[in-house]
Design a protein around this ligand. Structure first.
Ligand SMILES: [Zn+2]
Ligand SMILES: [Zn+2]
Length: 128
């Protein structure tokens, strides 16, 4: 049983690392089933909860949608995200050029920010 859980964790982490973009539990399932055909969505959620609890992966939340997940390693380098409104995939946007404190009232102090850009990804833009 312990061995199976370790393999499931390894497969799901491998999926996230290979994809190079944040993925939803459903996307993780579809991709992981190529290696573990009998994997269920319930198991993916359980493994995700474990990986999130030990800090290996981090959720990327989108209002009204299921969270996407990225590795802690990726999240540790500040970056932004792009949500394709047509295929619903989320991509990484490297770096940050934002002057986030430009319009902040005096006395307020920012500790962190998250940015989600919306539009069409390169594949969807090409088919419009
Ligand atoms: Zn797209
Ligand atoms: Zn930023």
């Amino acid at each position: 049983m312990a061995i199976r859980q370790t393999k499931q964790k390894r497969v799901i982490l491998g999926v996230l690392e290979k994809a190079g973009r944040p993925m939803s539990p459903q996307e993780i399932l579809s991709s992981a089933q190529q290696d573990v055909p009998l994997l269920s969505l319930a198991t993916v959620y359980r493994v995700i909860r474990g990986l999130e609890a030990d800090g290996t992966i981090v959720p990327v939340s989108i209002p009204g949608e299921s969270a996407r997940y990225e590795t802690h390693l990726k999240a540790a380098h500040h970056h932004h995200h792009f949500h394709c409104e047509r295929c619903s995939r989320v991509f990484d946007v490297p770096g940050c050029g934002l002057r986030v404190d430009a319009h902040l009232p005096g006395g307020y102090r920012i500790t962190r920010h998250e940015v989600m850009l919306y539009g069409s990804c390169i594949e969807c833009a090409a088919t419009s």
